[in-house]
Design a protein around this ligand. Sequence first.
Ligand code: SAM
Ligand code: SF4
Length: 431
Amino acid sequence: MNVYDSNRIFDSVKKIGFIKTDKHDDANCYILNTCHIRDKAKEKVYHEVGRVKKLYKKKNKPIMIVAGCVAQAENQEMLKREPYIDIVIGPQSYHKINQLIKNFTEKKKKEETDFDTIEKFEYFDKIKNSSSKISSFLTIQEGCDKFCHFCVVPFTRGPEYSRPFRKIMSEAEELIKNGVKEITLVGQNVNAYSYEENSKVYKISDLLNELEKYSELDRIRYTTSHPRDMTDDLIDCYSTNKKLMPFIHLPIQSGSNKILKLMNRKHTVEEYLNIYEKLKKIDSKIEFSSDFIISYPGETDKDFEDTINLIKKIKFINSYSFIFSPRPGTKAADLKLIDNEISKDRLIKVQKILFSHQLEMNKSFENKSIDILVENKMKEQNKLFGRNMYLNSVIFEGDEKNIGKIIKVKIANCNQNSLFGEVVNNNMRAA
Ligand code: SAM
Ligand code: SF4
């Protein structure tokens, strides 16, 4: 979502004459978009501000803006702790950024952290989305009402809000006109999307089905979804929607029902497995990825084993795993932490298995010709970059005229993160 937000912030400041520059020490405004999901994120922000400070030592200081969830959570504190920061702006106040920049004076530092979600989207609905990346994000929903005990999102992004269906489709049309071939619908709880108009309730399945109709659009994805909102209409899309990719990021966090309850996840392992089985029945090619929180307070060896067993059962092809990080203001903030050495050991064990599944999946593509959506030419190598249906990175030599097309690439070898191959001659355009 921060990638989407950063693009939209740029679309806004462009209107008051700003352009992007790669020459960091030339810039007269520096916007740092931040994430607050784990504790290290906050320290990274101060570290980055320190780096900018050094970069500008002998020159005029740029206007230093910290945006995003760290800005929302820390607000005034940031201005106090780091005087180099001039403006702090939370995710639901981005519609005010042009005004803040225009009014900025060295003496009047400013913090904007109101939850004006509706005003924000109304403002951005009037500004064209300029993204022309072959694969682009489109926010359909923000915020969360679920309040998992470990998570800051309900506090930093605010309550759940779904954008009007027609506004989302107009923005999708803009992206498609810009040449975008793959759209990923994003939201903290993307499948909780629900918008009512003229007595019809639009769900994410309606968005997916409407997007499928655009002949110039090749692929559709969505992230991040919550198991509780995997309703049958969404599951059915996997049997009817030809452009919906057979890969779903569906975080479970733990394989132990006891821990899921302590986390206030509002779903069980059995409910998750039920979704998995329904989807596999529709199409055995559908693969899963997940997020795992390791060593949540109360996690015993047995609970951890349950997580390992679940991972072995589902064989997630790609996942994120992190040790529990206490977040201020959340219910789990003050719970007794599990010994650090035990936690590190568990993380290593879990990642070893996750990575082995990832490599096994990648190896299964060797010597096969697969459909790749070509996204761009790589900066450092004279090669093309694209992705297969499971979002694996694929690197190969080829003609730039293929950017934006789906072509067949024969995979020669791979590592854990990427596949390497060559373009198959007489490429036929694949579906
Ligand atoms: N809404 C999605 C869901 O419910 O599954 C997840 C979105 S959350 C922004 C992204 C991921 O960050 C979570 O799935 C969780 O694994 C991780 N996360 C959130 N809070 C965390 C914490 N306090 N410590 C460690 N990981 C955390
Ligand atoms: Fe955070 Fe997701 Fe839980 Fe909401 S559902 S509180 S975003 S982990």
